[in-house]
Design a protein around this ligand. Structure first.
Ligand SMILES: [Fe+2]
Ligand SMILES: [Fe+2]
Length: 346
């Protein structure tokens, strides 16, 4: 990343750092491509310099992969994970090096592509739920680790634990795992054993760290002690387990389930916040939502009153109720609780 004088930046360059106004409200998210409009916004903020992560989107220095390539990378990761999942199902031992190899290209993006978070939620599912979900949770967990300023080693471990968090499902009968309808109480009981089944699989692996093992084992524990399998409370739950739980809820809500239409990330953020009371780690939830919200600045949205507007600012305290510009008016959703964001418009 380089610092450039504003008068030397050109359209197509990519901003490498979040830009806030004097009220600490995000105006331009890192990863935004400079256009005439963005340039004028920066000028209005009175900045002389701006951080740029590369010289030209199409130039030789390109390090950021654009959307279609992210989709490709995602699909390859899902495909590799599917093979791994099925070999483990038939008794193969988990080998840490193999999992790391599957995740290496994706981890490069997590660490170096500042706009991955936005693209993560645009990714189209390509296979059965468990495979897609595992890869999404892996990416989201690693991103969350990055936003929490964790070390590279921790981010790698989070990606591994995220990918393997539901590995116990390979020992759940297909009639239950792939049942399109709601599970009966009895079936749900069986489904819940996947946390312990997964624990046994990762424990018997070759050289996965104890932290990874705990992350997998504890991803269904709840902050208030009402989770499973061990009813752990608060910070007794390993931080990996707490972060994977957030990524898990977010992924389940943003994916296309048979019985649920894809929801807008803002609605999901609202539900995650409501859900987080007592259930998820509140500090980590806030960091997650703030960062996810930031990536939607500039996005066109449809409101529940039928109007179409553009997200112009995300409030740090209320990340899922941004300021939206509709025609020439600004609607502050943090003050208009009757208005919600219905969906995103590509
Ligand atoms: Fe799970
Ligand atoms: Fe899960």
């Amino acid at each position: 990343m380089i610092k450039m004088q504003l008068n030397t930046v050109k359209n197509g360059m990519i901003i490498g750092e979040d830009i806030y106004n004097n009220y600490d409200v995000l105006i331009i998210a890192s990863g935004t491509v400079i256009t005439d409009k963005i340039f004028q916004q920066i000028e209005r903020l009175g900045l002389d310099e701006v951080h740029i992560i590369e010289k030209d989107v199409n130039g030789d220095n390109q390090i950021v992969i654009i959307k279609d390539d992210i989709q490709n990378l995602y699909e390859n990761t899902v495909e590799s994970f599917k093979n791994l999942f099925n070999s483990i199902k038939f008794g193969k031992q988990i080998i840490s090096e193999e999992v790391e190899e599957i995740l290496a290209p994706m981890l490069m993006e997590v660490k170096h592509n500042p706009s991955l978070a936005k693209k993560l939620w645009q990714i189209e599912a390509c296979d059965e739920y468990t495979y897609d979900h595992s890869v999404t949770v892996s990416m989201a967990s690693a991103l969350l680790g990055k936003w929490m300023n964790m070390t590279d080693k921790q981010i790698n471990e989070l990606a591994i634990a995220g990918l393997l968090h539901d590995i116990g499902k390979c020992n759940i009968p297909d009639e239950i795992l792939k049942k399109p309808d709601r599970l009966t109480d009895e079936e749900f009981k069986v489904m819940k054993t996947h946390a312990t089944l997964g624990y046994l699989l990762v424990k018997n692996s070759k050289d996965l760290s104890n932290e990874i093992i705990e992350g997998v084992y504890q991803h269904h524990e709840k902050f208030d002690g009402n989770g499973y399998p061990n009813k752990l409370v608060g910070e007794d739950i390993h931080i990996y387990g707490r972060l994977i739980a957030i990524a898990d809820v977010y992924s389940a809500m943003t994916s296309n389930r048979v019985y649920r239409k894809k929801m807008s990330p803002f609605l999901v953020a609202k539900l995650v916040t409501e859900y987080s009371f007592g259930y998820l780690d509140p500090v980590a939830v806030n960091i997650f939502l703030q960062n996810v919200g930031n990536f939607y600045v500039g996005t066109l949205v449809k409101l529940n009153n039928g109007m179409i507007g553009q997200v112009v600012m995300v409030n740090k305290l209320d990340p899922y109720r941004p300021l939206v510009k509709v025609n020439n008016d600004y609607i502050d959703l943090s003050k208009h609780y009757e208005i919600e964001i219905d969906s995103l418009i590509d």
